[in-house]
Design a protein around this ligand. Sequence first.
Ligand SMILES: Cc1ncc(COP(=O)(O)O)c(C=O)c1O
Length: 467
Amino acid sequence: MNILDSMQNYKDTVHTPFHTPGHKMGLCVHPKLKKLLTEDGWKKEVNVTDALDDLNSPSWAIKDAEEKAAKLYGADAALFMVNGTTSAIQTMILGSLKDGDTILAPRNAHRSVFGAAVLSGVDIVYMTPEINDEFQIIEELLPETIEKSIKEHPYAKAVLITSPTYYGRFSDIETIAKIAHNAGMLLLVDEAHGPHLPFLPNSPKSAISRGADMVASSTHKMLGAITQGSMLFVNKERVDFRKIAQTAALLTTTSPNQIIVASLEAAMEQMESCGEEYFKNLLPLIENLRKELKEAGFELLEGELDPMKLTLRISDFGISGKEADKILLTKYGVAAELSNLHNLLFLISYADNEDTLKTLKNALIDLIKDRKKHGKTMNFPTLPKIPPSKILPRKAFFGDIREIPFKESAGFVAAEEITSYPPGIPLIHPGEVITEELIKYAKEVRSFGIKLIGFADQTLERVRVLK
Ligand SMILES: Cc1ncc(COP(=O)(O)O)c(C=O)c1O
């Protein structure tokens, strides 16, 4: 099947997506943006910077839209990005730190953080977030974990956190910002999963209005922008905005796709004019959906949580998240955002409505109707300690590599990542020393059905190390 056919096939199979992008397969798109993927739009698919302004050096239309977005989120400035939050995160790090500086980041930080370290020569010291044993997922970083790491590494220049997490947990931004700033460090926030926060009633607002210095936000994930459309928000007090804008331009194509750029403006306009109304209508429907699913026997992830993320443990019913995902897709045309051994995660966006939520509820209830509930799943084997880091990410990336048997690799410096999934936490990053404890853990968790990913040899018989 070629690329075009695979897209057609997916469209024919999935009728009710609970995944990104936030516009939900065109269910709720700004009318002017909708027109851009028609014959009329093809006439506008041009790249002429004089007539359309230049993303890499905006001076009027794009500048105006960025200023508007900054105001909506409570930032001093905003930059529109056409290569997703990946490049927003790389811009934050490359634009504010220098070769040899250190950044503190969660162990499960998005891979763009490692990418930024390779590009910049920055070192990363990892912090371990809490693990939720009940759902076997990674939670947010706690202020005390960050405080401890800052005490141990007072020379670090910045703290990066992910908030909200993929599963919708928020960090205490105000407290963390105070801790970081008192230590003379910047607070950078990966808010890939939170572009809707300013418009969501009764929710923590964007980290940029709560003390963070820079925030990377995937507008395309939860709002009405086209895939790849993200934003970077900047507060100028501790950050040289000129340098950040210069870095963004350095990492961006000189032919930015104007449809993606325009979709960021459209997404903002949509939220400005009816965001509040969308969410006001949706929240009671989501509350009702959660209530009905609980009554049907599902265990849902609870507590202070982004209401737009619905995580449920399906393995209680003797079916893995992966299997359930496949059935939901093929039998009901319902697609989850994420599935793993135990859970299904559904992403609800402003574009959802009573019908889509009803389709989800009916599909889930039908899926378990002849299944017996077994109860809770097993706990994790204890995760091994973060291995010692020997070589900077940049040096590890460019180092000479060889392959050796994994069981004989203790003491060697890893040249590839090994991540246990669930919960999605890297056991080793390139540049870190492989330990006996890690080798033992990797063997043990595979017998629990936990997948290890991220390395070349899928059997993990052999591993890539530095020479
Ligand atoms: C936590 C987190 N940060 C950053 C990214 C990168 O975002 P983008 O896909 O917009 O580049 C993702 C993508 O899934 C993510 O989950």
